[in-house]
Design a protein. Structure first.
Length: 213
């Protein structure tokens, strides 16, 4: 998890979108989690992972297969489920979110962060990149509310700020502004490699909040 991801979650907390109790998926990987952030705001924090309970993991569950999810549901419900840099590591991200939503109280929210333009990072596997339309389609499929105010290219602003005539555009790479950008586009057009130049920033992630109603 990057510092920008944490900033996105902090903003969601500040805007009252993170309610008590909170469950974070995949928090047993050994890296940065939202534990301290959540606890410092007086909220209960719970963590789930596919590994055994212990070392900060409260529940053992696989949200892709559903194994262990019903056991969590039988014990408690959550106001917020954090799914941060998890979906790209799953073969069936829809099932992961479906299971996350099943643990939410009505009015609760799933807070999500995923890379959409990012190098391969296969720990344990790296399966996909999710784009803005994927979130829009999932919100319709799941009958959840995708909050426009918190649908963002993390660190760059709202997704809608980069939308023109119904088409999403990623934040442009600063190295292709001006003459350098014109030269690059001409070269890639001549040699039919359009799209392979560094037209957009190489590290872009999407933040999204889905509310259950």
């Amino acid at each position: 998890m990057t510092e920008n991801d944490l900033m996105f979650v902090r903003q969601c907390v500040a805007d009252g979108l993170v309610g008590d109790p909170v469950l974070e998926l995949g928090g047993g990987y050994g890296g940065t989690t939202c534990r301290e952030l959540v606890l410092s705001n007086g909220l209960q924090y719970f963590c789930t992972d596919m590994r055994d309970v212990g070392q900060g993991v409260d529940y053992r569950a696989d949200f892709e297969t559903g194994e262990g999810v019903s056991e969590i549901s039988a014990e408690m419900r959550f106001r917020t489920v954090l799914v941060l840099n998890v979906l790209e590591h799953t073969f069936q991200p829809i099932k992961v979110l479906d299971n996350a939503l099943s643990l939410l109280e009505i009015g609760g929210a799933v807070v999500i962060a995923t890379p959409c333009v990012w190098p391969i990072h296969n720990y344990p596997i790296d399966c996909c990149r999710l784009l803005p339309d994927w979130y829009r389609q999932y919100a319709r499929y799941s009958s959840t509310i995708l909050l426009d105010t918190h649908f963002v290219f993390i660190g760059y602003g709202k997704v809608d700020d980069y939308r023109e005539h119904g088409v999403d555009h990623f934040p442009k790479h600063p190295g292709l502004i001006g003459l350098a950008g014109i030269r690059s586009r001409i070269i890639h057009r001549i040699f039919n490699t359009a799209g392979r130049g560094v037209q957009y920033r190489p590290h872009i992630a999407i933040g999204a909040v889905l509310k259950k109603h």
